[in-house]
Structures are given as C-alpha cells and as structure tokens.
Design a binder for this molecule. Structure first.
Ligand SMILES: *Cc1c(COP(=O)(O)O)cnc(C)c1O
Length: 503
C-alpha cells in the first residue's frame, strides 16, 4: 500500500487542512443506519487512513479563507482583454436553478420538457436575429468548440458541391490561437495573412492567397487589436469571389450588439461565446457555451439535432417543440443538447435587456474602452491608435525604461488591487497589454484603474524594482511566483506519496 507523507507540499502562507488537524475533532455526525449493521471482511478495511480531524467550523473557516484568495468579477475590476469578463447578474443564477430547469433529464419525453425546448428555441431565434443568421446550433461547449464545428461545416459544404481540392484556410496574424488550431484539427492548411499599418487585414496579401484551393477565411471582427476592420465587406467579397466561405469569430460581439450584424457584413458562419457576450460565467466559474449561426446555404450541415417546432399551433393548442436532424448534418458534436444551464442564463440576460438594452451594453463597452484609451495614450504607446471597439492594445514597454516588461506592469497592478489585463497577446504587438473594461464599470472604477496605470508608468522609470518584485506579499496572498516552475511542477494535492521524489 502506498504510504502518504503528510504536509510534503511546499509551505505556503496558509496551513493545509492536514496541519490544522487535531486528534478527536469531529465535523460530521452520521445518522443511525436504517439497514442492519454488518461486519466487513478485514481485507476491505484499512488500519491506517490519514484523514484530517476537524470540526465543521474549522473546515468552513479554512475554505472560506482560501476562497478569498481568488480574484473574481464579483470582488474587483477585471479588464482581461479578449476574455470579456462580464459581471454575471445574479438573477441568471435564480432562473438557472428553477427546479423545472435544473431537475429535468434530456431523455425525458418531449411532451414533459416543452418549457426547456421553448427556451432553447427562443434563444436560437434571438441569437439568429442578433447576428442576422438563418439557422443555429446550441450544442458546442465553448468558443473553440464552436469554431471547430463551423470549420467542419465549411469543409463539408465545399466537399458537398464537389470542390474537393479546397484545403486552405486563411487566418490573419492578429487571430486568436484557437483559429489556426481548429483549422489544423479539421485537416486544413493554415495560411497566415498579415495586418496592415492600421491594423486591418492586408488586402493585397489576401488577394494573393484567394484562389481555388480556398475553403475560406476565419476573421475576428472587431479583431484582437480591438479594431473594427475598415474593409470587412471587401474582405468577404474577395473570399466569396474565390469560392470560399467567411467564418466570423464572434468572441468580440460585446462591441456589436444591436449595432451591426455579422451576416449583413458578409459572414457565412459565426460562433457566439455565451460566456463572454451574454454574461454566463466562465473560467473556473462554469462551463462555456459556443452556439454557431449559419446562413441558409450552410443550414443543412448543422450538427444534429436542432430544436424546432415539430407540430404547428392549431385550434388554440400551442405548438409542439421537438428535435429535427438537418439533412446533411455533420453529426452530433456534444452529449445531448449542450450546456443547458448556460442557455437559461443567456436567455435571462437577453430577455432582461431587450433590444435597446443590448445596444446599450455595446455602446457602454465601447465608450469605456475609448475613455481609458484616451486617458492612457500619452503615457503608454498604442501602436494601432484609432477609435477602438470594446478593448484596445497598448505596449507595456518604454525605450527609456528598458528593464521593465508588460509582465512587470501586470504584476504591479495586482499590488494596486486590480486584475491585470491580458498580456503578450495579440502577438503582433510587442509586450502587449490588452485592456477590456466591459460595460458595467462606472467612471470611478475606470479612473482608479487609469490612475494606477499612470503611477506604475512613473514607477517603471523611477523605481523599476518595485515592478520587478511585484506583487508584494503584503498586498496579495502570495508574492511573485516562479511561473515556469508553477507550470512545470504543478502540485495540486497537499499530500504526496512517500516516494514522490523518486518518481
Ligand atoms: C475567447 C476567444 C476564443 C475562444 O473561446 P473559448 O470559449 O475560450 O473557447 C476564440 N476567439 C477569440 C477572439 C476569443 O476571444
């Protein structure tokens, strides 16, 4: 039997639950058994079971304390660019927990799940309307999964019309890493297209690659520089003229709600990130959801099944909702019907805001980002400096402070109580700091963040070591960590097998 050595993990500022253990303390009281007692054979019993002994209050205090070490949207400002870390309204949680939604099973007969099916149908209709698409699947589990589904549909569409030599996907150099990854996973050749000096797709480079081997192009708009591509309609036309399809990465929809529709711009397929734009939790907070919308041409290829009306309303009897399989479906891409709890949250969010409210969201997100940009552009270099959408990218370096890097600025922001922005992405900006405020932050919060950024810029020149050592343990639960060691030598349990060192 493996011997466990307690407390072998590196010491942290907090004792582990094993160190808190005190012999004889009890936190549970088992009810009397309602079946006859029986004696288990010795072979099933362990003489030694090193479990910590603690009272209920010991356990609660330990874990509540640990939970306060986590930074979250509910505890502070979280300008993590590209991730759209939106506030998650608490009413979403109330509706997702309604027992009629939380306690149903996907194998139930459809006659008993009409409310859930109606909600999915209505959410499909709203998402289609928001971006102008004709059909939609709710199955994909996240944005990257939606991309994969979209690319598989593009490939199937090309094959279906006999265009079998098409194997190339064009992807701008400003793209999210998931775009080339999904194209490669779909068996396609990825060709990178450079950006021009205004941060748009370089049209000449695009024309040179737009040939009859094209499956299509994946474009994020607004792009990962936070810029609306000024030639987006021309880009779609070049790709379409070459027989390709346009994939829209819709992760940046937070800038566009109620303002413009991706299908109107010329996109054929797009994923939505419900966990970004429509306020469902993400990261450690919950599963994502990446619905994919398509034009009528691509609708037959959608994953099966799709929620639809299977019996029209008649004689005052409401319609019956059920499932249908598109005629040339690429198949199922997810167990059952996707992450239903996310659908309830996104539905609630859209229903609570209505069309005008959705537009307000995007207008405020764009206004907030431009406000920060306007106040920071004299202090930080912004390489593609024009009106931004819901986020922008600054450089985290100065020629006259050569030892300071974007990472140091990000770490120092933690001393000031802010979650750092995304850094080192997109790759086309040196030492990138990608700042996305979202719409719910008020001017006071934005101003304190901006003031912190300006102070840090001054410190970078006067006292750079303040940044190099940041964050400091008096401000955060831990000081500066060794990120390489943390990734390479990850220890997730607080006890280790005795012979760990030899493994
Ligand atoms: C977040 C993001 C993705 C991937 O979405 P996930 O839900 O994280 O898989 C793709 N593209 C862009 C531009 C993104 O910001």
């Amino acid at each position: 039997m493996t011997e466990f050595k307690l407390d072998a993990a590196p010491k942290t500022v907090e004792p582990t639950i094993y160190e808190l253990s005190s012999p004889g303390r009890i936190g549970v009281d088992f009810p009397a058994p309602d079946v006859p007692r029986t004696n288990l054979p010795d072979s099933l019993l362990r003489a030694e079971l090193p479990l910590p002994e603690l009272s209920e209050v010991d356990v609660i205090r330990h874990f509540v304390k640990l939970s306060t070490f986590n930074y979250s949207v509910d505890s502070g400002y979280y300008p993590l660019g590209s991730c759209t870390m939106k506030y998650n309204p608490k009413i979403n949680e109330d509706t997702a927990r309604l027992s009629g939604f939380a306690n149903i099973h996907p194998m139930q007969p459809i006659e008993t799940t009409q409310g859930a099916l109606l909600l999915m149908y209505q959410l499909q209709e709203w998402l289609k309307e928001i971006s102008g698409f004709d059909a939609l699947t709710l199955q994909p589990a996240a944005g990257a999964h939606g991309e994969f589904v979209g690319v598989l549909m593009m490939r199937s569409y090309q094959e279906d019309r006999g265009e079998t030599k098409r194997n190339k996907m064009l992807i701008p150099d400003s793209a999210h890493g998931t775009n080339p990854a999904t194209s490669a996973m779909s068996g396609l050749k990825v060709v990178q297209i450079p950006s021009d000096e205004r941060g748009n797709v370089d049209l000449d480079a695009l024309r040179a690659e737009a040939d009859d081997t094209l499956v299509g192009m994946m474009l994020t708009n607004p792009n990962t520089l936070g810029l609306f591509d000024e030639n987006v309609e021309e880009i779609c036309k070049i790709v379409h003229d070459a027989g390709g399809l346009m994939y829209g990465d819709g992760a940046n929809m937070n800038a566009m709600l109620g303002i413009t529709k991706m299908a109107d711009l010329g996109f054929d397929v797009m994923h939505y990130n419900l966990h970004k734009t429509f306020s469902t939790p993400h990261g450690g907070g919950g599963p994502g959801s990446g619905p994919v919308g398509v034009t009528a041409e691509l609708a037959p290829f959608l994953p099966a099944p799709i929620v639809d009306i299977v019996e029209e309303e008649a004689d005052g009897i409401p319609p019956l909702y059920g499932f249908v399989d598109p005629s040339k479906t690429i198949g199922r891409v997810k167990a059952f019907h996707g992450h239903f709890g996310m659908f309830v949250r996104a539905f609630t969010y859209i229903a609570m805001h209505g069309p005008d409210g959705l537009r307000d969201i995007s207008e405020h997100a764009v206004l907030n980002a431009n406000y920060i940009l306007a106040r920071l552009r004299d202090t930080y270099h912004v390489p593609y400096d024009r009106i931004c959408m819901h986020e922008f990218v600054a450089e985290g370096r100065w020629k006259d402070a050569p030892d300071v890097h974007a990472l140091d600025i990000a770490k120092r922001l933690m001393d000031y109580g802010f979650h750092p922005p995304t850094n080192y992405f997109p790759l086309i900006v040196h030492e990138a700091l990608m700042i996305e405020p979202t719409e719910t932050e008020n001017k006071d919060t934005l101003d304190s963040f901006i003031d912190a950024m300006i102070s840090i810029a001054k410190e970078a020149h006067d006292e750079p070591d303040l940044l190099h050592d940041a964050p400091h343990p008096e401000n955060t639960p831990f000081g500066r960590l060794d990120e390489v060691k943390a990734a390479k030598d990850l220890i997730l349990c607080c006890w280790l097998p005795e012979d760990y060192e030899n493994q």
